[in-house]
Design a protein around this ligand. Structure first.
Ligand SMILES: Cc1cc2nc3c(=O)[nH]c(=O)nc-3n(C[C@H](O)[C@H](O)[C@H](O)COP(=O)(O)OP(=O)(O)OC[C@H]3O[C@@H](n4cnc5c(N)ncnc54)[C@H](O)[C@@H]3O)c2cc1C
Length: 348
């Protein structure tokens, strides 16, 4: 499909390297951007390219060091001498200029609010397209193409997206979609920081402050016990909560129980909720429709409790308890409490 009014580059193979936008919050790179950096490094290694971190802000030397420690090989920074906070217009200008100068083949941006704001503006400036909310990425080495997968058609299918002509190939993925990369032992990064001014560009729009929403963040939970429609009634969340507490975890939920008002939205896991990757995910009374699966499939260990052995969740589970959750969950909670008490008891 041709993009209207867009001229693709004569030779897409003139474009090299994987750009990753490094969003900065509280003087550190956000977790979502670090996940993208890890994914970018994987793709770059496969393609024989380099992973390039791109950042805008002040005091960027510290950010460059942090990026290097996570495997960034080239750091391009726009050090703003008159910094007045995030401005989509100014940031777009600085980042697009890096794209024009460097000609990256791929550009990954974490799908945070800031990332979503920037990605479409940069894509328009660079005359390319964007695949948003991708859930997996890979590289076709022979054709030097990014392969991106994303849910489509009301999330009924998972489609493969290729951007064959335009460059860079731009995508976003929601925070929590990929593993945090390991820190590298010997960071080796070519740091290039240029001084820029933003006053003229940012005059129409000023960010006053970022306020952290006081809401449950399941993306950093190590243990999640989720309940679905199989609970049958809102009060069913009591036993889910008890199991989560016994395990020292948090409570998650499928979408219909949130839609029914049984539990607030901040607990929803899935395509239109949070994307989680805990050590342990217990799905109780959840069938495992694809929109739920995409939000929790990266969990290290998955246990499902369901009366239906044919439920789709079973094939994603490491352990399956084929039982009525009202019988299974209280027993599990009781056993976990016993074990915890034994471990905590002082040995005589
Ligand atoms: C655009 C779009 C976005 C969506 N986003 C999300 C999302 O972010 N998250 C999400 O979860 N869904 C999402 N959905 C909805 C999704 O398609 C499913 O409808 C939903 O995940 C099903 O929820 P469930 O598994 O709780 O319910 P059901 O599919 O009804 O499954 C209930 C399960 O409970 C089992 N069960 C019943 N009684 C018991 C019992 N006593 N003990 C044990 N097991 C029992 C049943 O066998 C069944 O497998 C989205 C849908 C669309 C169209």
């Amino acid at each position: 499909m041709e993009l209207i009014n867009c001229v693709p580059p004569e030779n897409p193979n003139d474009y090299h390297d994987v750009f990753v936008y490094l969003e900065i919050r509280n003087e550190h790179i956000t977790k979502g951007s670090l996940e993208m950096l890890g994914k970018g490094r994987e793709l770059a290694e496969k393609l024989g390219d380099k992973v390039v971190g791109v950042a805008v802000g002040k005091g960027l030397k510290k950010i460059a060091d942090e990026a290097a420690s996570y495997g960034c090989q080239i750091f391009l920074g726009a050090d703003v001498t008159d910094y007045s906070g995030f401005s989509s217009v100014a940031y777009t200008e600085f980042i697009s200029s890096f794209v024009f100068e460097h000609k990256p083949s791929i550009f990954l941006i974490s799908g945070s609010r800031e990332g979503r704001d920037l990605v479409s503006r940069i894509a328009i400036r660079c005359k390319t397209g964007v695949a948003a909310d991708c859930i997996e990425l890979d590289a076709d080495v022979q054709n030097r193409l990014l392969i991106a997968w994303r849910p489509s058609f009301g999330d009924k299918t998972i489609d493969q997206i290729l951007c064959k002509k335009h460059r860079p190939q731009m995508i976003t993925s929601r925070p929590g979609s990929y593993k945090l990369p390991q820190q590298v032992e010997k960071p080796d990064c070519d740091v290039r920081i240029k001084k820029v001014k933003m006053a003229k560009l940012a005059q129409d729009h000023k960010t006053l402050e970022f306020k952290k929403k006081d809401r449950l963040d399941l993306t950093s939970s190590k243990i999640i016990v989720s309940g679905g429609l199989g609970l049958g009634k809102p009060a069913g969340f009591k036993i889910v909560q008890e199991l989560a507490e016994a395990l020292g975890g948090e409570v998650g939920a499928s979408r219909p129980v949130v839609d029914l008002g049984w539990i607030p939205y901040e607990h929803q896991v899935g395509q239109t909720g949070q994307t989680v990757r805990p050590h342990l995910y217990i799905a109780a009374g959840i069938s495992g429709k694809i929109q739920h699966i995409v939000g929790m499939k990266a969990s290290e260990t998955i246990i499902s409790i369901n009366t239906d052995p044919e439920a789709p969740i079973v094939k994603y589970s490491d352990y399956f308890i084929n039982a009525d959750l009202y019988k299974a969950i209280p027993k599990l909670t009781e056993e976990i409490k016993k074990v915890t008490a034994q471990v905590a008891a002082p040995s005589s």
